[in-house]
Write a protein that binds this ligand. Structure first.
Ligand code: CA
Length: 439
């Protein structure tokens, strides 16, 4: 596990002023990775690191021979159009690069002139999908979400008996994962109208979002091998925001017996920046399993996981309706919750995924599942907030929503803060629904 080191020192300041205001998502202590290019160009995407309101171009930096050793090798790997090579290098390389960049970006850095020559303003760039995602798995790690959803779909039997023993997941679709800023048409699919005896093909009327974190796999494991819980975190490169858009009416009709299919695979929006586990080290939290619940089987349990396997990440969902844009009003918050409440930790997800010998590969993406917290206002999806569409959410514009309407955008944000540590953030995931394509 990553420990606190000099890169986390809250007193560190960068010569880039915008990194030092205490409000930015991207102070010197964060240093998340993305792939980017100048907006509106056909330049090749390359790796970058966020610092204040700037992006440090890692391809440009690699060409300047400012870094040495493992850090230089990692910087060269990050010059590619995806981060898969960097992800495959493993923790020593990621950590060496983080330390070198932290030192190079500090006030008094001997490399300030060379670094300045590699900076672009974030508002002048566009982002790509940070990795070539071979496979995408979505888990279901909030017991509150599982219970709330289960109650709506199966009132007599909300939480299935396996839930508290096995981290539930399904194989999602990597091809429809897109980066923040996307707009996509409302999906069309088979829907069984209430009281009907035959389904119809129609645009979804129950469009929803799901507030999740995405976990990017770093080093993989060979087919047939397994990753132990002690090794699990060394296989994780970092974490981003993930919106698992969901068409609830398609889902209700299709989900039995094999789980979600077309209700989920038309769009998944992720934030461009990947925050490394090392950056999150100050925000580790203990993980517990209440005494009345089954305790994890030994392969999913360890002292280390119980002491600091969870992360204190504050999560937020906002909605921006066309009316808000018209009136130039800011997006409105729908939910505030925390990753701490997850029933299974990130280590348990990686361990369980590989226990049968399934091979994870660099750049694979694991969704945590909707991260609803224990109270009603901490629900990470509209279907929970509105109790299946029965209790509309009132917005300050006088509008209300049960599910999402055309033109609505959903914004996910996250950050970590506590006394004695630098506040770090994740940027955002923004996605907007356009009208369904004509049938
Ligand atoms: Ca999900």
């Amino acid at each position: 596990m990553n420990q606190i080191n000099e890169t986390h020192d809250a007193a560190l300041k960068s010569f880039i002023e915008s990194a030092n205001d205490g409000l930015t998502d991207f102070p010197l202590q964060n240093l998340p990775f993305a792939v980017f290019r100048r907006a509106g160009t056909s330049e090749t995407f390359r790796g970058g690191v966020a610092i204040g309101d700037q992006v440090l171009d890692l391809a440009a930096l690699a060409a300047k021979s400012v870094l040495a050793g493992d850090a230089a090798a990692a910087c060269t790997a990050a010059s590619e159009s995806t981060l898969n090579l960097l992800m495959a290098m493993g923790l020593p390389a990621w950590s060496a690069l983080r330390l070198a960049l932290s030192r190079a970006l500090r006030v008094g850095s001997a490399h300030e002139p060379q670094i300045r020559a590699c900076l672009l303003a974030q508002h002048d760039v566009e982002y790509g999908i940070p990795a070539q995602i071979g496979d995408y798995t979505d888990f279901y790690t909030s017991v509150y979400h599982a219970t709330n959803i289960g109650r709506l779909f199966r009132p007599d039997n909300p939480l299935l008996p396996n839930y508290k023993w096995v981290p539930i997941g399904y194989h999602g679709r990597a091809s429809s994962v897109a980066v923040s800023g996307q707009s996509f048409p409302r999906p069309v699919g088979q829907i069984m109208p209430p009281g009907a005896t035959e389904p119809v093909l129609a645009p979804s009327k129950r469009m929803d979002y799901e507030l999740e974190l995405g976990i990017f796999v770093g080093q993989g494991n060979a087919l047939g091998s397994r990753v132990t819980i002690a090794q699990a975190e060394s296989h994780v490169f970092g974490v981003c925001l993930l919106n698992d858009w969901s068409a609830r009416d398609l889902q209700a009709w299709e989900y039995q017996p094999l789980g979600p299919f077309l209700a989920k695979n038309f769009a998944t929006t992720i934030s461009p920046w990947i925050v490394t586990l090392e950056a999150l080290a100050p925000y580790r939290a203990g993980w517990t399993r209440v005494a009345e619940d089954p305790q994890p089987l030994p392969y999913l349990d360890s002292l280390e996981n119980r002491q600091q396997g969870a992360f204190d990440i504050q999560l937020e969902v906002l909605i921006e309706t066309p009316r808000m844009r018209e009136l130039e009003l800011p997006p409105e918050r729908l939910c505030l919750t925390n990753y701490r409440h997850a029933y299974w930790t990130l280590s348990q997800l990686v361990t369980h995924h590989t226990v049968n010998g399934c091979n994870l590969q660099p750049g694979d993406l694991l969704g945590t599942g909707t991260l609803s917290g224990p109270t009603a206002t901490e629900a990470g999806a509209l279907i929970e907030l509105t109790v299946g569409g029965k209790q509309p959410v009132a917005l300050s514009t006088g509008e209300s929503r049960t599910f999402l309407e055309d033109g609505d955008a959903v914004i996910l944000r996250a950050h970590c803060e506590k006394p004695g540590a630098a506040r770090i953030g994740f940027g955002q995931s923004y996605g907007r629904i356009s009208p369904a394509a004509a049938l």
